[in-house]
Design a protein. Structure first.
Length: 69
């Protein structure tokens, strides 16, 4: 979250993806970094166990939401 917000402060559009358990922490970090309304995309947790087609399917699901940001 922090890196994405820092890029945004530099004028570089950034899409941040977080897993569901980290939504609260991500919102808190966005507020602390001066962007309380910062939008991001969420994925179910965990993602470390995804491989191959499961990773590609997750990417296909979130791509439209990232592009909309």
């Amino acid at each position: 979250m922090h890196d994405g917000i820092q890029f945004e402060h530099l004028g570089i559009p950034t899409g941040v993806v977080v897993t569901e358990p980290f939504v609260g922490a991500s919102r808190a970090m966005a507020s602390l970094d001066g962007m309380p309304g910062y939008r991001f995309v969420t994925l179910p947790h965990p993602t470390a166990e995804l491989h191959g087609e499961a990773v590609r399917a997750a990417a296909r699901r979130i791509t439209p939401r990232l592009e909309a940001l």
